[in-house]
Design a protein around this ligand. Sequence first.
Ligand code: ADP
Ligand code: MG
Length: 242
Amino acid sequence: MLDISQAFLNHGEPLPVLDHVNLSAGPGSFVSLVGPSGSGKSTLLRLAAGLDRPLTGRVYVDGRRVRRPDPSRGLVFQDPTLLPWLTVGQNIGLGPQVQGRADDPEQRRRVDEMIDLVGLQEFRDALPSELSGGMAQRTSLARALVTRPEILLLDEPLGKLDALTRSSLQTEIARLWEHQGFTALMVTHDVEEALLLSDRVVVFSPRPARVLEDVAVDLPRPRTQDDPRFRELRRHILELLA
Ligand code: ADP
Ligand code: MG
């Protein structure tokens, strides 16, 4: 994303939100974005998704300009946004269904594979209302990955889950990322989560957001929070955010 600026109208006055932001993620890398509440993190993710257009600057994926949402970019939001009248299996199969490929055996295999990968075999025929928050978010992850996106965009995907569920889903996301080989761009307010998962943590200033620092996470995986270097990086990022 090159030189991105964005502003909105707020009671008739322009509200600058992003101030010449540059951000890139190499193929297969995991990049997290942290910053104060209201700094423009979700705004940036929506631009990366092609849901909005920037005021200035350009968004590219693989050298191609992003102009609209596309199956090559999967999205996971804080709220699972599942269709309540469809089962878990049908929600996960929604992408292939919309593309008219629901009966394609390869697509059906892929839906089965994703249900297995997120451990929801027994809940395939359950409705969203029958799921816990963690299971609903697993369903969202599987749905986003079923079409094999090159990029997964995650906006505080674990923000509403309790600590235990969050921790198990962090491990799950790390495992999916290692297996499936997508590039991940994740917004989170949880610095430890960012450090557990990411190759780089990009730190935003308060609105209008600038990149304060692009922090390389030079830690082997799997990571542990007890590592002195982990604690040093956490302290450094928290100081930037203070
Ligand atoms: P974050 O995700 O970092 O908490 P957001 O990107 O959601 O922040 O929002 C940044 C600022 O932009 C906020 O002040 C928000 O009110 C404003 N904003 C976001 N989207 C819109 C919109 N569509 N119209 C007007 N203002 C918006
Ligand atoms: Mg947000």
